[in-house]
Every structure is written in C-alpha cells, then in structure tokens.
Write a protein that binds this ligand. Structure first.
Ligand code: B12
Length: 216
C-alpha cells in the first residue's frame, strides 16, 4: 500500500468502525517501513474525534464507542514497539502519568506515555480513574520530574485541580512539572488551574516537556 494511503485508510476505518479492516491494518502498519508515528497518532485522534461527533449526534451508540475504543486500544498496544522506537537515551528521569478520577478514557494517555518512553523517560503509568491521593503517593515514592494528567470528560477535569491541590498540600508541587491533556482541557484551563503546560496531542507533549525541563 502507498504509505500516504495507510493513514487515510486507518482514519476512515475508525470513522466507519470497520473492524475487519482494522484487523488487517493492525498488521499492515507493523509491516510497512517508514511509518510516520506522528501521522499515525494524528489520524487515530482525528478518526476517533469524528466517532465522538457521530456519538453526540445519536448516529452511534455507546456499544459502538466501546467497540472502537477496544479496537484502538488493542492496536495501540500492538504498535507499541513502533511508538517507542525513537527510544535512544538511557532512562534516568521518571514521568508519572494517569487519567484522572472518574475517567476511564486511556487511549490518548497511553500514546503520550509511549512518546515519553521514546524520548528516554521511565514512565510510571497509574492507569485510569486515578485519584489525587494515588498521584501524590506515586510522586512521593517515585520522585518523577513530570506528572502528566489526562481528562476527557467535562465532569472529570476537576480531578486535575484536585490533584494539583493535593500536591501542594503535600509540599510536592515545586518538585514536579505538571502537564495536562485530553479533550476536556485546553491551554486556558491549564492556566486557570496553574498546571505547567498543556499539549493538544502526543507529538506536542515532547517539545513541551523539553521546554519545561530546559532540554532533554
Ligand atoms: C473512545 C471513547 C470512549 C471509550 C474509551 C475507551 C478507552 N479505553 O479509552 C469508552 C467507550 C469507554 C468511552 C466511554 C465514555 N465516554 Co467517551 N469517547 C471516546 C472518544 C470517541 C475517543 C477518545 C479517544 O480515545 N481519542 C483518541 C486519542 C488518541 O485522542 P485524545 O484522547 O484526545 O488524546 C490525545 C490528546 O488529547 C493528548 N492527550 C491526551 N491525554 C493527555 C495527557 C497529557 C499529559 C498530555 C500532555 C496530552 C494528552 O495526546 C493524545 C494523543 O495525541 C471521545 C471523542 C473525543 N472527541 O475525544 C469520546 C468522549 C470523550 N466520550 C464522551 C462520553 C460522554 C463518554 C461516556 C460518559 C459515555 C456514556 N454515556 O457512558 C463514557 C464515560 C466513561 C468514563 N467514566 O470515563 C464524550 C465526553 C463529553 C464531555 N464533554 O464530557 C466524548 C467527547 C464524545 C462526545 N463527543 O460526546 N468513551
């Protein structure tokens, strides 16, 4: 397949929730040389965004959302070696990441984790539905330099503020740079809650971290 077609086909298969096609693409992506990881991730994101719009419009139901969510989680897991390929440096610095309390969306957070791994971080992934206390415990135990929080629901994004407050209460806020992302947040929200930075996608998370740490 021509390389540029594979991204487009992936996006369309996601939008149409073509599971057979996606099964084939899972293998094809691995077998295709010179896959551009940023383009791959962007097409996953934009395909799923369309699914979200169709869900909102009542064209898709929760069952379809679950189906595509599972498919893409599996694909991302399968493509992990590809996403982590850039890995070059010795892992010394740590990043703790998680999706905030009440929120089980983890596809985007997982991709961000893989990107951070690819630039040499040891990533401690707390998973999804992570309480402020769990973030605090992990920061105490693991001493990361980065904490990354994901929130996709407008009802859960306050979990970010809760976690930032809990880090402050425990005297840990100055020890870490906190970055946030996910469909429920933006740059303004990041400023409002005093996070150190926001990235709208996994590729942008890399220069953001670089900027916050003064280099990689
Ligand atoms: C797949 C999906 C699901 C799957 C999730 C599966 C999984 N394992 O993650 C399932 C079916 C479980 C699900 C459930 C629900 N969902 Co849902 N879901 C989606 C959907 C379609 C795609 C999300 C996704 O994976 N996108 C692809 C990834 C790659 O993109 P991303 O998450 O944006 O991540 C990128 C960036 O944001 C950024 N990023 C993300 N996190 C972080 C973190 C950091 C630190 C940084 C720097 C960057 C960063 O980098 C990522 C990679 O580039 C979205 C639509 C949308 N527009 O987002 C709705 C959406 C988020 N869901 C929605 C809803 C309403 C729900 C439910 C409440 C439905 C219900 N009635 O039960 C439940 C909630 C369950 C819960 N408690 O969390 C709404 C939220 C509306 C709102 N404003 O609150 C959306 C927006 C759909 C819609 N348009 O209505 N969902």
């Amino acid at each position: 397949m021509v390389l540029s077609d594979i991204y487009q086909e992936l996006r369309e298969a996601i939008i149409k929730i073509e599971t057979n096609k996606l099964e084939t693409l899972k293998e094809e992506v691995l077998e295709t040389p010179d896959i551009d990881v940023d383009k791959l991730v962007e097409n996953i994101r934009s395909g799923l965004e369309e699914v979200g719009i169709k869900f909102e419009a009542g064209e898709y139901y929760l069952a379809e959302l679950i189906l595509i969510g599972t498919e893409i989680s599996e694909a991302v897991e399968k493509w992990k070696p590809l996403l982590e390929k850039k890995k070059a440096k010795e892992k010394v610095r740590k990043a703790v990441i998680g999706t905030v309390e009440g929120d089980i969306h983890d596809i985007g957070k997982n991709i961000v984790g893989m990107m951070l791994t690819s630039i040499g971080f040891e990533v401690i992934d707390l998973g999804n539905d992570v309480t402020a206390d769990k973030f605090v415990e992990a920061v105490k135990e693991k001493s990361p330099v980065i904490v990354g929080m994901s929130a996709l629901l407008s009802t859960t994004r306050d979990g970010i503020k809760k976690t930032l407050d809990a880090l402050k209460e425990n005297g840990l806020r100055d020890k870490v740079k906190v970055i946030i992302g996910g469909a429920a947040v933006d740059d303004d929200f990041a400023k409002t809650v005093d996070a150190d930075g926001y990235a709208s996608n996994a590729a942008e998370a890399v220069p953001l971290v670089e900027k916050l740490l003064g280099g990689l």
